[in-house]
Design a protein around this ligand. Structure first.
Ligand code: RFL
Ligand code: PHB
Length: 389
């Protein structure tokens, strides 16, 4: 088989890139290790920046997001028993859309099926070849048979555990990492949200987040220990701990219901440089991870895809390689700013197991400064709604 761009991974990054390329008549094939149902079963992001929403529109799959997504003009930051609103619309004139990654993935999959573009699910043992030559190839196994795709370029959109980043030699790739000493335990529940907007709560027992997927479905998180297992946390225990970390009004409005999803996610900051090697590009979680506190992971995947889409369309439509040569530097410049924001939000809001009294005082001062200073709130708002592409 031959294609122009072979895309590894059918997560949001791979599907969005595929849809944008297909719209421009650029041939692409997506190879995905899992089944489509498995990919849709992963419960992840919930907050979409304007830039990412615009890109979904450009890909022709934004209609349901605009119909069903919830526009949020701010967030609430809670500490010391009180909640403080950060008004994005007033501070920076923008808002975000609360719409689940599962729904975005479904919309992209449906758009791809309607366009008739090929996705090969359950592709095993994907391997990349001749990425520094003129004629790269991708090999995989499907139903026991070996296959090969010849292409011009490979987009590595296969997430943190994928094969693409590992195909770049150690002598070329530099990684930067911070692993946080805690995780997030999250549940999904068919109950209305505690508040109209997201509540990010800092408490001496640990961080908590009240988020949502719709007016009738809540997504709730609490900071947990890395030793904890999901089985240790009954719904009762989860709600009891969440209540301890919320203010009285939020506790009064919290409706408990049986969770239908419960999982623990570790928190990590990670960046691999460069994001291009020869004819291989990395995009999304394949190149970088942020802790979820700033809601940036999916949105960064979208901005990488934007730069890569521009680069590939410049190449195929105008014969220019300028965008291809600039891709890694352009993407990384934005990635590092989102890394900084996610690290800062995480550092300010979580309880670190071995933090000293001084460090805790610094966190309290940071929060007090944030909610008392229009400059500080504007900085949070500008980053939360998303820096320009
Ligand atoms: P994905 O979604 O991991 O998709 C990669 C795909 O590649 C496949 N794959 C392979 N395919 C073929 N061959 C191989 N060898 C392969 N290896 C892997 C995988 O099966 C998969 O289908 O990466 P992508 O597309 O870069 O998208 C990134 C986002 O999924 C991620 O950044 C966000 O979910 C992060 N995130 C959040 N981001 C936000 O913008 N806002 C949020 O509110 C937000 N909340 C979150 C989050 C992530 C969380 N977890 C669990 C990590 C909340 C949580 C709890
Ligand atoms: C979510 O709804 O899953 C969510 C929202 C905001 C975050 C992280 C996760 O910062």
């Amino acid at each position: 088989m031959r294609t122009q761009v072979a895309i590894i991974g059918a997560g949001p990054a791979g599907l969005l890139l595929g849809q944008l390329l297909t719209k421009q008549g650029i041939d692409n094939v997506i190879l995905e290790r899992q089944t489509g149902e498995y990919v849709l079963g992963r419960i992840r992001a919930g907050v979409v920046e304007k830039g990412a929403a615009d890109l979904l529109d450009a890909a022709g799959v934004g209609a349901r997001m605009h119909r069903e997504g919830l526009i949020h003009d701010g967030i609430e930051v809670a500490f010391g028993g009180e909640r403080h609103r950060i008004n994005f619309r007033e501070l920076v004139g923008k808002s975000v859309i609360v719409y689940g990654q599962t729904e975005i993935t479904r919309d992209l999959m449906e758009g791809r099926a309607a366009a008739g573009a090929p996705t090969i699910y359950e592709a095993e043992d994907v391997s990349l070849h001749d990425i520094t030559g003129d004629k790269p190839r991708v090999r995989y196994k499907k139903d026991g048979a070996e296959h090969e795709i010849a292409c011009d370029y490979i987009a590595g959109c296969d997430g943190y555990h994928g094969v693409s980043r590992k195909s770049i030699p150690d002598s070329v790739l530099r990684s930067f990492e911070r692993v946080y000493p805690f995780g997030w335990l999250g549940i999904l529940v068919e109950k209305p949200p505690v508040s109209d907007e997201l509540i990010y709560a800092s408490h001496e027992r640990g961080f908590a987040l009240c988020s949502m997927r719709s007016h009738t479905r809540s997504r709730l998180y609490i900071q947990c220990s890395l030793e904890d297992r999901v089985e240790d946390w009954s719904d009762e225990r989860f709600y009891a701990e969440l209540k301890r970390r919320l203010d009285g009004d939020a506790v009064a409005r919290l409706q408990k219901g049986p969770s239908f999803e419960k999982s623990i996610a570790p928190l990590r900051s990670f960046v691999a440089e460069p994001m291009r090697h020869g004819r291989l590009f990395l995009a999304g979680d394949a190149a970088h991870i942020v802790p979820p506190t700033g809601a940036k992971g999916l949105n960064l995947a979208a901005s990488d895809v934007y730069y890569l889409w521009q680069a590939l369309s410049e190449f195929y439509k105008q014969g220019s390689k300028a965008g291809i040569d600039a891709y890694s530097a352009r993407a990384l410049a934005r990635v590092w700013k989102a890394e900084r924001f996610s690290w800062w939000m995480t550092s300010m809001l979580h309880r670190f197991p071995d933090s000293s009294g001084f460090e805790q005082k610094m966190q309290q001062a940071e929060l007090a400064y944030l909610v008392s200073s229009p400059a500080a709130m504007t900085s949070l708002a500008e980053n939360y709604v998303g820096l320009h592409y």
